[in-house]
Design a protein around this ligand. Structure first.
Ligand SMILES: Cc1ncc(C[n+]2csc(CCOP(=O)(O)OP(=O)(O)O)c2C)c(N)n1
Length: 360
């Protein structure tokens, strides 16, 4: 049986501290990251988190203005998970997600323009305006969805990992799922096969405490969801997804296992979503105090404050970065606004793959 891996696994025991104090950040790991990744790369990761945040805030407003229709699930609060995870990947690697996928698509390298245009249903969107918020996709960036069916992406991700192994690509697949999805039967069938066939995959459960309005303790017999791996003899760890560096190192361990040993890992990445489940959810199932406490330890502000306190960046530079992130989000909206809706003749195109049967 594989034991829990050590690095970066335990959610922080936080002292009470003022808003975004660097006290919240694992400073020993931050120091290690400075050595491993370098200052510039860390600043880039912070900028990526910032763009995700500003993109989602703007998307929320566009939804309220009626420019985005259908479902829309925002990722605000969970940024260190996506940014930390993708930072450990190489270009040849794959990622698959569920419907709360704007952050994953952007972190995997898709442009804010193509993602926003997709939310608007415009022909310049990554799925040519026919997928919407839940069906972001990019073959070029190896981001294979965006899935509306809870847990449906998990066997697909295992199939991608299997194909990568079969073709000797030495590529890793990241599969993001929610704490609600882990109880689906197909997810457990997939876990078994992934371990049995030694697939190079990392299952990242973004445990944001709620599946729609159901709190984890009402739905799961165990609270460290990585324990579900024990039944399959799979490697596992619990990771603090509210801390950028713990998130990065915790997930990187699993990526290395997939790449170097061709083995899967199940990660319970503890995070929190600041907004409701979707745009129509007032989130009455949680207290104001709970939300305030989480927001007081905002993972984005923690990194910002750390960058300032270590003088890696001055307050002016940090303000400039924020202004730039806001401009990127605004530019994405303008691009989406200026784009056309798909022509009605497109209604029946891109539904089935035009597939010749001489598969290698
Ligand atoms: C197969 C299936 N069952 C039910 C639903 C309805 N549904 C949509 S989201 C959701 C909750 C999933 O929560 P979680 O997996 O924790 O993801 P999160 O929203 O927290 O990212 C449910 C039950 C669905 N989309 N698909």
């Amino acid at each position: 049986m594989v034991e829990k891996s050590s690095a970066a696994e335990q959610p922080a025991k936080r002292k009470s501290a003022k808003n975004g104090s660097p006290e919240y950040l694992d400073k020993a790991l931050a120091k290690r990251a400075l050595k491993d990744l370098g200052e510039d790369r860390i600043v880039e990761m912070y900028e990526e988190m910032l763009v995700l945040r500003r993109f989602e805030e703007v998307a929320g407003r566009q939804y309220q203005m009626g420019k985005i229709k259908g479902f829309c699930h925002l990722y605000i609060g969970q940024e260190p998970v996506s940014v930390g995870a993708m930072a450990g990947l190489e270009d040849k690697d794959y990622a698959v997600s569920a419907y709360r996928a704007h952050g994953h698509a952007l972190s995997k390298g898709m442009t804010p323009r193509e993602v926003m245009a997709e939310l608007f249903g415009k022909e310049t969107g990554c799925s040519r305006g026919k997928g919407g918020s839940m069906h972001l996709f990019s073959v070029e960036k190896k981001f294979y969805g965006g899935w509306g069916l809870v847990g449906g992406q998990v066997p697909t991700a295992a199939g991608i990992a299997f194909a990568a192994k079969y073709r000797d690509e030495n590529a890793v697949t990241l599969c993001f799922l929610g704490d609600g999805a882990i109880h689906q039967g197909v997810v457990h069938e997939t876990f078994n096969m992934a371990q049995l066939w030694k697939l190079p995959i990392v299952f990242i459960v973004e445990n944001n405490k709620y599946a729609m309005g159901t709190e984890l303790s009402r739905a799961s017999s165990v609270h460290d969801l990585s324990e579900k791996a024990l039944a399959y003899g799979m490697a596992r760890a619990q990771v603090d997804g509210k801390d950028l560096f713990r998130s990065y190192y915790g997930i990187k361990d699993a990526i290395d296992r997939a790449r170097n040993e061709s083995l899967p890992t199940l990660l319970d990445v503890v995070t929190y979503r600041f907004r409701g489940h979707s745009m129509s959810d007032p989130a009455n199932y949680r207290t104001k105090e709970e939300l305030e406490a989480e927001m007081a330890a905002d993972p984005l502000i923690r990194v910002q404050q750390w960058l300032a306190s270590t003088q890696i960046r001055t307050p002016d530079q940090l303000n400039e970065m924020d202004a730039k992130a806001k401009d990127i989000a605004k530019d994405a909206v303008k691009f989406a606004d200026d784009s056309a809706f798909p022509d009605p003749s497109e209604l029946e195109t891109d539904i089935y793959v035009d597939w010749s049967w001489d598969i290698e």
